[in-house]
Write a protein that binds this ligand. Structure first.
Ligand code: ADP
Ligand code: GLC
Length: 468
């Protein structure tokens, strides 16, 4: 089956969070399942696009907001595991960032260019699969905009990676969308605004979220979309993300200080931990607990400053935090660097290489998320033999069982607040002191299979259903 994924991010080209990891892996595993999957994404001005050579395969025009933008479609000159097609609109998309404060015109122009290009194909794709709000007007334009009439019978799938961000813009900008029967403008509206995410939930043939539990949670808490999701529940399904077990493999991971597999994980992890401890002047004998992520309220990292200020003195642990985002959280966590020199370090910024060493070298990975649609970090940490400490929500609920329960292996809290996280850290210390159990759990989690193959099959079944 010929599938086109359309997204704003795709690893290794452009990554802000887990969306990139999914779009960079799912097509690869769909191809391994004998499908033909490709990606279409914007051509940004990032190291990947600067370093590689591209060839032009199409040229067209996007008229938007009074300007006629010329666009090119390019793809990599060299062979790659799956084809990534880039929409190049220099004035709008060739930026050193993926997202900015106001992306309405940028991503609308991108989506129109995508559809213009696909409309020109002789053999149309069998499925168009769009991801998050940046690509969420595609199902509407395919079915309502006159100029894309040739695409209206192609089934569309819309995946919600995060319902928090919906891409709202005012009705005053409705003229940006290619002409459609105005009696259908209600499809664009949710609560008085144009809401691309709501529009895709209404117009796509199927809607998926990235874990079954998140799908359930959204019916009660979806930043205003609860009723819509309940109403459309017949076409909604939660499919758990997988991970790219080729990129995330402790046996071959080139970023690691030492590679290892399950049978020599204890010594392999120790080399990576020792490197981190030397780097940040931590005591090698204490449990190393890490956090990696975007600093947003949903991740629960706003609780860290109070937690560590109140309790870190009495806790026998080392804490390593890698991330960036909210400036207040960054400031608070930076200030703690001077206070707890030998047991706490906040490393600001995005660092792919360091993140891999942390997954390998930490003893525990902390994810006190208030909302976590799927979460990939906990699955990476399982594969690297690092015990996740998670709040019981969304994809975390679907992947981690508390170690005190039958077959359990993680530390699970049921609410994200300072006291609960402190309790979990105390438990981590206790567990660390029980080296026999610790070793057994590490051995157990490294056997868990979260590769994409199973989830890619679920998508395949869904596509097949839509085609019939
Ligand atoms: P989200 O998409 O909500 O950010 P996920 O758990 O799905 O959360 O995915 C996060 C991805 O981004 C993981 O691959 C994680 O390792 C990576 N990541 C997040 N913050 C950083 C950072 N500061 N440096 C390196 N990688 C990061
Ligand atoms: C979103 C979610 C995250 C999920 C990722 C990939 O960014 O916040 O939980 O893992 O998308 O689907």
């Amino acid at each position: 089956m010929a599938i086109i994924h359309v997204a704003a991010e795709c690893f290794p080209v452009a990554k802000v969070g887990g969306l990139a990891d999914v779009v960079g892996a799912l097509p690869k595993f769909q191809n391994k399942n004998n499908q033909k999957a490709e990606v279409i994404m914007p051509f940004y001005n990032l190291p990947f696009t600067q370093k590689n050579k591209f060839k032009e395969i199409y040229k067209g025009e996007v008229p938007i907001s009074g300007t006629n933008y010329t666009f090119r479609v390019v793809n990599l000159s060299k062979k790659s595991e799956f084809t990534i097609n880039f929409i190049d609109i220099p004035e709008l998309l060739y930026t050193e960032y993926v997202y900015s404060q106001d992306d309405t015109i940028r991503f609308l122009a991108f989506q129109i260019a995508v559809l213009k290009w696909i409309s020109s194909w002789e053999n149309k794709p069998e499925i168009i699969h769009v991801h998050d709000h940046h690509t969420a007007l595609i199902p509407f334009m395919m079915t309502q905009s006159y100029q894309f009439d040739v695409l209206k019978n192609i089934p569309t799938v819309f995946t919600i990676h995060n319902a928090q961000y919906q891409g709202w813009f005012s009705h005053e900008k409705v003229g940006l969308i290619p002409k459609f029967d105005f009696s259908k403008v209600g499809l664009l509206d949710w609560n008085g605004e144009i809401n691309p995410m709501a529009t895709a939930i209404k117009c796509a043939w199927a809607v998926t979220t990235v874990s079954p539990s998140y799908m359930e949670e959204l019916k009660h808490k979806a930043n205003g979309l609860e009723d819509l999701l309940k109403h459309e529940s017949g076409k909604c399904i939660g499919i758990l993300n997988g991970i790219d077990t080729e990129v995330w493999n402790p046996e071959t991971d080139e970023y690691l200080k030492k590679n290892y597999k399950r049978t020599n994980a204890i010594s392999g992890k120790k080399t990576n931990k020792n490197w981190l401890c030397e780097q940040y002047e931590f005591d090698k004998n204490k449990p190393l607990i890490a956090f990696i992520g975007r600093f947003v309220h949903d991740k629960g990292c706003d609780l860290f400053a109070e937690l560590f200020t109140s309790y870190l003195k009495e806790l026998d642990v080392s804490i390593l935090i890698l991330g960036s985002g909210d400036t207040k959280i960054q400031e608070d966590l930076t200030n703690l660097n001077a206070i707890f020199r030998d047991k706490y370090k906040y490393v600001a910024g995005y660092n792919e290489a360091l993140s891999h060493v942390i997954y390998a070298g930490a003893d525990f990975l902390l994810m006190p998320s208030r909302v976590e649609p799927c979460g990939l970090n906990q699955m990476y940490s399982l594969r690297y033999g690092t015990i996740p400490i998670v709040n019981n929500v969304g994809g975390l609920k679907d992947t981690i069982i508390d170690y005190r329960r039958p077959d359990g292996f993680g530390i699970v809290i049921t609410e994200s607040n300072v006291l609960e996280i402190k309790r979990a850290l105390d438990e981590a210390v206790q567990l660390y002191d029980n080296q026999v159990l610790l070793k057994q759990i590490k051995n157990q989690i490294m056997k868990i299979d979260h590769s994409w193959l199973a989830s890619a099959k679920e998508y395949q079944q869904l596509y097949k259903k839509l085609k019939n």
